[in-house]
Design a protein around this ligand. Structure first.
Ligand code: ZN
Length: 233
């Protein structure tokens, strides 16, 4: 294998490695950043919080009604026990019972409102929950596809790395240094193939002499326009 061909092959491997790394970053980002899932999760948590608060409110409303009924029962049992005979005292107790019953009505209305609100928040909570579950399932399936792709890319990378190592060991260190310097300067592309008498990297037309040299020798020919190493093919 001539030196230009070795460098060209090295370039092909590095380009594949660059593309694989870039795709791996995209996959990582797609898996870790998912605004739809984040939003669904947030909505679900908020609905859950609201539903729990509403349940507590309903519980309190029910407790208040129960406590009020107990109070009324206790006074009425005293009232009808026959133990109290003083008319004034009996009247006071009757008045107190009436007042407690009026307030019981208010408490029962509140309980009814709490029940209605409880139904509404439960509906919202169930909706948010099923939405979140559906999105989670979809994201999980999408992630499986991405993880499979990632595993495939990582396998390719292992193969490319081995191939690159063996290629590097067969190239003159000075040429490797030149190649690496050009890779840095020329946005990753150090070696350009000659296609239809032009440099495939920058598109400039090459003289017949340049093309001839690139074909006939083991020496390194640079594109006069962009400075990359030319590979005649
Ligand atoms: Zn060029």
């Amino acid at each position: 294998m001539s030196s230009p061909l070795k460098l060209f092959r090295l370039q092909q491997i590095d380009t594949q490695i660059d593309q694989a790394n870039s795709r791996l970053r995209e996959i990582e980002k797609a898996i870790n950043e998912n605004p739809l899932l984040d939003q669904a999760s947030y909505n679900f948590q908020e609905a859950e919080k609201e539903y729990k608060a509403q349940q507590t409110a309903l519980q309190n409303a029910e407790d208040n009604v129960r406590a009020q009924r107990t109070k009324i029962e206790q006074i009425e049992s005293t009232l009808y026990s026959g133990k109290i005979t003083n008319p004034k005292e009996l009247q006071d107790l009757q008045n107190e019972t009436s007042a407690l019953k009026r307030y019981l009505q208010v408490l029962e209305d509140r309980q009814l409102e709490a029940m209605i609100e409880n139904d509404e928040t439960r509906e919202k909570y169930e909706l948010a929950s099923s939405h979140f579950q559906a999105i989670s399932k979809k994201v999980y399936e999408e992630n499986q596809v991405l993880l499979n792709e990632k595993a495939g890319i990582q396998k390719d990378m292992e193969r490319l790395t081995i191939e690159k190592q063996s290629l590097l060991s067969s190239i003159d260190p000075d040429l490797i240094a030149l190649y690496q310097q050009l890779r840095q300067q020329k946005r990753g592309i150090a070696v350009a193939k000659i296609t239809e008498k032009t440099c495939s990297a920058c598109g400039s037309i090459l003289t017949p002499a340049t093309i001839q040299s690139s074909h006939s020798s083991n020496q390194i020919i640079h594109c006069p326009s962009c400075g990359r190493v030319l590979y005649g093919g």
